[in-house]
Design a binder for this molecule. Structure first.
Ligand code: NCD
Length: 326
């Protein structure tokens, strides 16, 4: 890896948090920090990516992540194309690799991909001639979410190291949990996962976390409480007896929060299901909930990731002698 500005190592793609060096994570967070002021000013646009093309390719529904990447790319001056899979050739049976070949031929600079299969984004990245950013693949990773969560925490607490973070709810199906566990471990925070046994991954003991099956012990003295949605779209069968019972035992409310540190921050990647994993009173508690701040930090983090990746790979035109695109 060669060095680029801010001492940030050049990354060919951003596919996950696993395996990143602490310096890379800090470098990306520092670069993100530098965009917060710009985003809060009236003139939000820079020309850093003028002439560059960013394609958002989302195979799964998304509101905040897709919009956030679009806003981020436009604020850096890039041309942004949103490919709606519902109206694309993927619906006509095109394979993922054929889609990659088609997109390669359009010479984009960055491809932002969300896909319902774990590993699909890595596969695409091997075939693309441009930088690829994983915007969430199955239950595997969602690196920019973990980075924006880390930025939110670091700005509020001044550090990540040594903090005690509880990630609560549907750990099994959550790419957000997985990316956060990697990042928090890399940066020296302590992680607890809290939820019913049915929603814990079988390899949870190897993830470098403390496992709790009830909120009373799981939230005790924590600095940060991260709540997760029940990812019903990834469930086959029944994982919780009923929604009301789930809320009673694992839904975050003021009562359960009492054992956490008095100034513990409340986080949620969204979309929230009020009355399922989180009570409205807690979600809207202006003193402790940083849920909207997470969304704001998301734009800054995605600007930093686009800056860090763009130009790291040259998108070579197709070989006209053989017609090969890959
Ligand atoms: C998360 C995701 O898609 O993994 N949401 C997000 O990116 N903001 C979490 C979720 O869908 O529950």
């Amino acid at each position: 890896m060669t060095k680029k500005r801010n001492g940030l190592p050049r990354l060919p793609h951003l596919l996950g948090i696993e395996g990143l060096a602490p310096d890379t994570v800090s470098g990306l967070l520092d670069l993100s920090e530098s965009y917060i002021g710009q985003n809060r000013s009236l003139d939000k646009r820079r020309d850093l990516l003028t002439g560059r093309t960013v394609i958002n390719l989302f195979f799964e529904n998304s509101t905040r992540t897709r919009t956030s990447f679009e806003v981020a790319a436009k604020r850096l001056g890039a041309d942004v194309i949103n490919m709606e899979v519902a109206s694309s050739s993927v619906r006509k049976g095109e394979t993922l690799l054929d889609t990659a070949m088609t997109l390669n031929a359009m010479l984009p600079d960055t491809l932002v991909v969300r896909h319902h299969e774990s590993g699909a984004v890595n596969l695409l990245a091997q075939k693309m001639k441009c930088a690829v950013i994983n915007a969430g693949d199955g239950q595997h990773e969602h690196p920019t979410q973990a980075l924006l969560d880390a930025l939110t925490i670091r700005r509020r607490r001044g550090k990540l190291e040594g903090l005690l973070v509880a990630i609560c709810g549907d750990i099994l199906h959550s790419r957000v949990a997985r990316s956060n566990i990697h990042l928090l471990n890399i940066m020296g925070a302590r992680v607890r996962v809290v939820g019913p046994p049915t929603l814990m991954p079988t390899d949870v003991d190897r993830m470098g976390v403390e496992v709790h099956f009830n909120m009373r012990t799981g939230l005790k003295d924590v600095d940060i409480v991260m709540m997760l949605r029940l990812q019903t779209e990834r469930m086959q069968g029944t994982y919780v007896p009923s929604i009301s019972e789930y809320f009673r035992f694992f839904g975050l409310d003021q009562e359960k929060l009492k054992v956490a540190k008095p100034d513990a921050l409340i986080m949620h990647p969204g979309p929230m299901n009020r009355g399922v994993e989180i009570d409205s009173e807690v979600a809207d508690d202006l003193d402790r909930s940083v849920i909207h701040e997470q969304v704001e930090m998301g734009v800054a983090v995605r600007m930093a990731c686009l800056e860090a990746l763009i130009g790291t790979r040259r998108n070579a035109p197709p070989d006209l002698t053989t017609g090969a695109l890959l």
